[in-house]
Design a protein around this ligand. Structure first.
Ligand code: UT7
Length: 327
């Protein structure tokens, strides 16, 4: 059984936070943020907006494009590190919002690679015959787990969601060709959030050190690994399909840092208009970054029919991976 992506969608908060506004919050400058990251602004959720809010909006948009009803969905997967609650899964909340009464729903934790890992699980469900119509979502409200006094992290992240509908297809054309996932747990301490889990429970003292609730990142170290790992994941995808980078019409890498994206693209020999970026407008939205970019590229008609599209992600865990699509 083959797999076809029949719809994409994305949803972003209306509220924009610019680099100039961040200059008022912490000791930073538009120049530093632009030069070191490429980010100019990011979207921030307002009161009453949650991860499930954007996830459901992106899902509705993807379902509308695919022309399917919520009851047709067999499975909903949400990749997120900022779920509405530790449990139940945000996927179950999205199921409820959508009325997708026939779906199984669960979250997965693969940080910035959540969407790629979700595609990989969906691929296996469809190839095995266990499901025919699957909604894969990457959704985050990272603004609620960053320390707005820490210039090392608060300038980097943003909120939003992207989604895709995957359907079983008899045809080999326009198919998801492969997914590859990798983990290297020996580096988990370079990027993590330590509070509210079983190691630092608030239940013991009934309070929690608020610093434990924020994103903790050794940016420099993560940077070095990110470039190598994304190259590895991309090469794996190309080799598995007997392709070279010159066959790729568009590369959509995880949008964490313009310098990481450019270094990865350079190593792969995919540059110029074959490289998609939007992090100047949204910052790093973790698991949402690739599906938001995929939806924008799709709606801007940058994905020519019959062309090859390569998605590649890297994030905390470390968890990284790639997906190759015959669009
Ligand atoms: O999503 C997947 C995982 N995440 C990533 O892939 C992110 C990977 N890392 C990065 O993108 C980069 O490492 C950062 C953007 C986080 C940092 O850039 P960098 O070039 O690695 O800077 P640095 O951490 O080495 O810091 C250089 C200097 C430091 O000052 P000193 O010690 O040299 O005096 C920082 O204190 O820049 C300073 N700095 C800032 N200055 C102004 C750090 N953040 C800021 C800031 N504004 N916002």
């Amino acid at each position: 059984m083959n797999i076809r992506i029949t719809g994409t969608g994305s949803a972003l908060p209306d509220k924009i936070l610019t680099n100039a506004e961040l200059e008022q919050l912490v000791d930073t400058s538009d120049e530093w943020i632009t030069l070191r990251t490429g980010i100019k602004e990011r979207r921030i959720a307002s009161e009453g907006e949650y991860t499930s809010t954007f996830a459901a909006q992106a899902a509705r948009s993807a379902m509308a494009m695919a022309g399917i009803q919520p009851e047709e969905l067999d499975l909903i997967i949400v990749g997120t590190v900022t779920p509405d609650f530790p449990f139940p899964s945000t996927a179950c909340i999205v199921q409820d919002i959508l009325g997708a009464t026939n779906a199984t729903a669960f979250d997965l934790s693969a940080a910035c690679s959540g969407f790629i890992f979700g595609l990989s699980i969906a691929e296996k469900y469809i190839r095995s015959g266990a499901a025919r119509k699957i909604l894969v979502i990457g959704a985050e409200v990272l603004s609620r787990i960053v320390d707005w006094r820490d210039r090392n992290t608060c300038v980097l992240f943003g909120d939003g969601s992207g989604a895709a509908i995957l359907e079983a297809s008899e045809s080999e054309d326009h198919a998801l060709l492969s997914t590859h996932t990798f983990s290297n747990g020996s580096f988990w301490k370079l990027l993590y959030q330590s509070g509210s889990g079983s190691r630092n429970p608030a239940s013991e003292s009934r309070t929690i050190d608020e610093r434990l609730l924020y994103v903790n990142m050794e940016g420099n170290e993560v940077f070095k690994h990110a470039v190598r790992a994304m190259e590895e994941a991309a090469v794996k995808a190309l080799d598995a399909n007997g392709l070279t980078s010159s066959d790729i019409a568009l590369l959509i890498p995880h949008q964490a840092n313009r310098r990481i994206i450019d270094a990865t693209a350079k190593r792969l020999g995919i540059e110029g208009d074959r490289l998609f970026t939007n992090l100047h407008r949204y910052g790093n939205t973790s698991s949402a970054s690739i599906p938001i970019a995929l939806d924008e590229a799709n709606r801007q008609r940058l994905l020519a029919p019959d062309s090859k599209l390569l998605l590649v992600a890297f994030g905390g865990g470390f968890a990284y991976g790639s997906a190759l699509i015959h669009w």
